[in-house]
Design a protein. Sequence first.
Length: 253
Amino acid sequence: MAALGTVGALLPVLAAAREKDCSDFATQEAAQAYFDAHGGPASDPDNLDSDGDGIACETLPHGGGGGGSNPPPGPPQRIRARIVHVTDGDTLAVRAFGAARRHYDVRLIGIDTPEKYGGRECGALQASRSMRRKAPAGTRVTLVTDPTQDLFDRYGRLLAYVVRGRGSLDLGRAQVGAGWAHVYVFDRPFRRLSAYRRAQLRAHRHDRGAWRLCGGRFHDPLGRSGCCLGQSFSPAAISASVARRRAPPPAAS
């Protein structure tokens, strides 16, 4: 009986030792190997795959990538923060802790959503609403920079991935997966591009979000004739359309 009691006392300790989160792994591949070895995707006791797509800790680096101009050196910076408010589908205001600034406007890396200001576009309100559901005011998040990108854009916004919970829910990728954002590459690919493209492909195939509401035309003015009637457009066509829309005007002759 004493032996059984000893074993019983050890069980909580052993169970606690098994608990992991994404910060325990250096790479996504290491987290995936652990996840697969311990029952994933059917079982996920450590909650490494919060969105249930079979990919563990998608916010962790894969060891490659690119994007942006004048990339900052070194590893990604991680900043603890709390959501103050959602500006639109791809921009947040946060209160930071232990950082150079107390407040940041954050432009999420790797996504683009319909514009809410300066001429509302099809799906803009839904994209903002989707982000508010994922990150209501007060939500604790981690801001993760990407060494392949600038730290700030031309508007002074911090460029970062925004991660909720224990490191397994990337809000930008979640917006893409819900169909309210599409993948956006500025200059060079960002580190998480492959995972974002997989999420976009699933959203397109399942006709989610703006793929259904706006026929995949993420930047059509709201109410424009032919907008939001279910026409289908490929991700490549959308990326090309965004690039044309954002290109600087030709120089005057």
